[in-house]
Design a protein around this ligand. Structure first.
Ligand code: NAD
Length: 256
């Protein structure tokens, strides 16, 4: 299996390259943003762009920046490689570009490639379906390191979407994020978000269902981002050669 890494000098890119080799696959090479000042690791083949990398790979793994996701979607939709996409902070237009690319190639997209969060996503949907929205207020709390550029985290939004799916609503219609000032009372059925930033926190997420007489909280703490990298490599090996489609880590893990 030949796997390439887009943004190979990034925090995640470097770990993904290591995990590809640790899993016994071939590292086909990597790309970096021109002028990023980030060096491609010694001994790794540098490709000028994502299309050239894909031409030499069975799958490419992309943990870069939302600004370039739509361009990557356009470049990869004409390739034969599967696309594992971990970049977060995507706009609705970016999501549409990813869905369009998935008509031509296999795409595995997840806000979190860790197995624990993938299970948490499934549980959040089940709780959303089981607990009446009128009685149980859903709140998603997250904390990440000081370098993170988007909020709420992609994982937090994914958890909110899972609760919304369980409730049969669209997250966009009920999302309450960035509360500040005189907000008024909590709207019934809202799914709230709170984001903390600081230190070196790899990722903490809690899904809280708060009723008058009880609270139910599910918490996940990630201690090493290598776990995301290993999950992304597992997804790449699973997706290579699969028919076109938009897959999730739940598909990779076989969780319904
Ligand atoms: P980072 O800033 O350390 O790395 C991003 C890298 O991408 C940089 O090296 C940058 O130069 C490179 N890059 C940007 N545009 C590029 C382009 N056009 N071509 C090639 N390279 C380009 O950030 P990071 O901590 O590695 O995170 C990257 C992304 O992955 C973020 O969106 C983050 O939220 C996400 N992330 C997702 C998961 C997950 O499991 N889905 C886990 C961790 C991080």
């Amino acid at each position: 299996m030949r796997i390439g890494v887009v943004g190979i000098a990034g925090r995640m890119g470097r770990l993904i390259a290591e995990e590809i080799l640790a899993a016994g696959h071939a590292l086909s090479g990597g790309t970096e943003r021109p002028g990023s000042g980030q060096a491609i690791p010694d001994g790794t083949t540098a490709f000028p762009d994502v299309a050239a990398l894909a031409a030499a790979s069975d799958a490419v793994i992309d943990f870069t920046h939302a600004d370039v996701t739509a361009a990557h979607a356009a470049a990869l939709s004409a390739s034969a490689a599967a696309w594992v996409l971990g970049t977060t902070g995507l706009s609705a237009a970016d999501d549409a570009a990813v869905a369009h690319a998935a008509q031509g190639i296999a795409v595995v997209q997840s806000p979190n490639f860790g197995p624990g969060i993938t299970l948490l996503l499934a549980l959040a949907e089940q709780l959303g379906a089981a607990l009446p929205a009128a009685d149980y207020d859903a709140e998603i709390l997250e904390m990440h390191h000081r370098h993170k550029v988007d909020a709420p985290s992609g994982t937090a939004i994914g958890l909110g979407r899972a609760v919304a799916r369980g409730r049969g609503v669209r997250l966009e219609d009920v999302m309450a994020s960035g509360r500040d000032g005189h907000t008024g009372p909590r709207p019934p059925g809202a799914i709230g978000f709170a984001a903390l930033r600081g230190g070196n926190v790899v990722g903490e997420h809690t899904v809280l269902f708060a009723a008058g007489a009880e609270h139910i909280a599910l918490t996940h703490r990630a201690f090493d981002r290598r776990m995301f990298a290993a999950g992304a490599v597992r997804a790449a090996a699973w997706a290579a050669g699969k028919p076109p489609g938009l897959y999730s880590m739940k598909d990779v893990m076989g969780i319904g």
